[in-house]
Design a protein around this ligand. Structure first.
Ligand SMILES: Cc1cc2nc3c(=O)[nH]c(=O)nc-3n(C[C@H](O)[C@H](O)[C@H](O)COP(=O)(O)OP(=O)(O)OC[C@H]3O[C@@H](n4cnc5c(N)ncnc54)[C@H](O)[C@@H]3O)c2cc1C
Length: 430
């Protein structure tokens, strides 16, 4: 590795919408900084979403520093390519100091700040700084279960972030595992394309797309649900651990009703708990999972009803979801070969990956311990984490507020700090 090559007051790691939003505020404050990105700016939208992807959040939620959705369909849902274009439009409004195709492979504390190891095709370098903002996304490491490796190698396996379209999967039936937002929408994408789909239903709740004349997410925003600080959120930590509600923005937006899919021929199961070769085993949880998801759907409708009464709003009448199907039995086994399942899409989420950061800033699960992004390690902050401040954090709706808060705290820290005195390579780690 080359000797310490350079220093800059602030490094932002990651040029997604979160890191670039912090950069926008730092630039406006006249703070010298560098945004280091392992790929290209905001590439996750183009590279890790499927072809028929649409936003789940309405377009009016899309706002970034100095820039908001200004198209003709604020209550609609941009497609993947429209999101990519919209983000490119934002990037054209300012000039962030970017270093692309460069991965930060190590971040360690030094006496006066931090030393980062940067890796790119041109080699390995070091960079010193006083402040680091980690903006590497809330969805870094795709999860696969340990037993995935024991399954029949003839069955293709991909994670949801690799899924593009039905044609790219081998012919035959497909098993989708997981019913968070990605799993439910990918199962629908395959189902609409006429593929035979088996779906392992998890514990995700669901929400109506529209209710009493408006998008549910617009009602919830008016009710202040996305602005409630995490500490005051009803249900506390448990609510924050839950998978996001499944619903879709496809074709102008609609509910995702797994029971309706079952009526139309999709095979539903409970949680997938194990497998070997071609044999899979499921927990008998399907009925309960469907009931729970519908109960959440209806309880959100009730919350909206109460708000409508409180606020004296004239709205169309209330209704409740009535199940259109229920399983006769709990299927607990599937033989992939017998059912001609030739591919599996794992949509069971992501886990954090901060192994490259050498600092005592993480809990037992490897998640940053932070308050509104600020950690107790001086100079180390995060942005773009789900629930970092509110339910809106980690999404378009909340990123501007969160980024401004983090950038303001970086600016304040720099204005009170002494000039960093970085220890040499073999210096004492704090
Ligand atoms: C499937 C899916 C659907 C979503 N749908 C919506 C939606 O409808 N509405 C909504 O508001 N939000 C949605 N989100 C949430 C959120 O808006 C996106 O995840 C968004 O991409 C988050 O932006 P980010 O900047 O925090 O992270 P990312 O976009 O993931 O950016 C992080 C960047 O850091 C870079 N990076 C990572 N590690 C390093 C390193 N060590 N060194 C250098 N660079 C590094 C990555 O290459 C990446 O470019 C969705 C998320 C997913 C996964």
């Amino acid at each position: 590795m080359s000797a310490v090559a350079d220093s800059v007051p602030v490094v932002v790691v990651g040029a997604g919408q979160a890191g670039l939003s912090v950069s926008w505020y730092l630039g406006r404050a006249g703070i010298e900084h560098l945004v280091v990105e392992s790929s290209t700016p905001m590439h996750a939208w183009a590279d890790t979403r499927w072809d028929n992807f649409t936003l789940v959040t309405p377009n009016w939620h899309c706002r970034l520093p100095g820039y908001a959705y200004a198209g003709g369909d604020p209550d609609g849902f941009m497609t993947r390519d429209e999101v990519v274009d919209w983000l490119a439009g934002w990037l054209g409004t300012f000039d962030p100091p970017l270093r692309t195709h460069t991965r930060v492979s190590r971040l360690r504390r030094t006496a006066g700040g931090f030393e980062l190891t940067l890796e790119s095709v041109t080699g390995v370098e070091s960079l010193r700084c006083a402040q680091v903002v980690v903006a590497t996304g809330g969805y870094p490491l795709p999860i696969l279960p340990p037993f995935a490796a024991a399954l029949d190698p003839a069955v293709a396996q991909i994670h949801s972030e690799q899924y593009r379209n039905p044609q790219r999967l081998p012919d035959g039936a497909v098993l989708v595992v997981g019913t968070g937002q990605s799993g439910a929408q990918i199962a629908e994408d395959l189902h609409l394309a006429g593929r035979s789909v088996h779906l392992a239903v998890g514990s995700a709740p669901r929400v109506a797309r529209f209710y009493r004349g408006r998008d549910c997410m617009t009602w919830l925003a008016d009710m202040g649900v996305y602005d409630t600080p995490a500490q005051q959120f009803p249900g506390g930590k448990a609510a924050q651990e839950k998978t996001n509600h499944y619903v879709t923005g496809r074709d102008g937006g609609r509910d995702v009703d797994l029971r309706r899919f079952a009526v139309e021929g999709m095979a539903l199961y409970g949680t997938l708990i194990g497998g070997k070769d071609t044999e899979l085993e499921f927990a008998p949880t399907l009925s309960a999972a469907l009931d729970r998801a519908d109960a959440v759907y209806n309880s959100i409708c009730s919350d909206i009803d109460r708000y409508i009464i409180r606020a004296g709003i004239d709205a169309p009448p209330p209704y409740r979801y009535e199940p259109v199907w229920a399983p006769d039995t709990e299927p607990t086994r599937l033989d992939l070969a017998a059912a001609n399942v030739r591919s599996i899409v794992w949509a069971i989420g992501y886990r954090p990956d901060y192994r490259w950061i050498e600092a005592s800033a993480f809990d037992g699960g490897g998640r940053p311990m932070q308050t509104r992004g600020i950690t107790e390690v001086p100079g180390l902050s995060f942005v773009g984490l789900p629930w970092m401040h509110t339910w809106g954090s980690g999404r378009f709706l909340g990123i501007d507020r969160d980024a401004k808060y983090v950038a303001d705290s970086v600016v304040a820290a720099l204005s009170t700090a002494t000039v960093p005195d970085i220890l040499p390579e073999n210096g004492v780690r704090l």
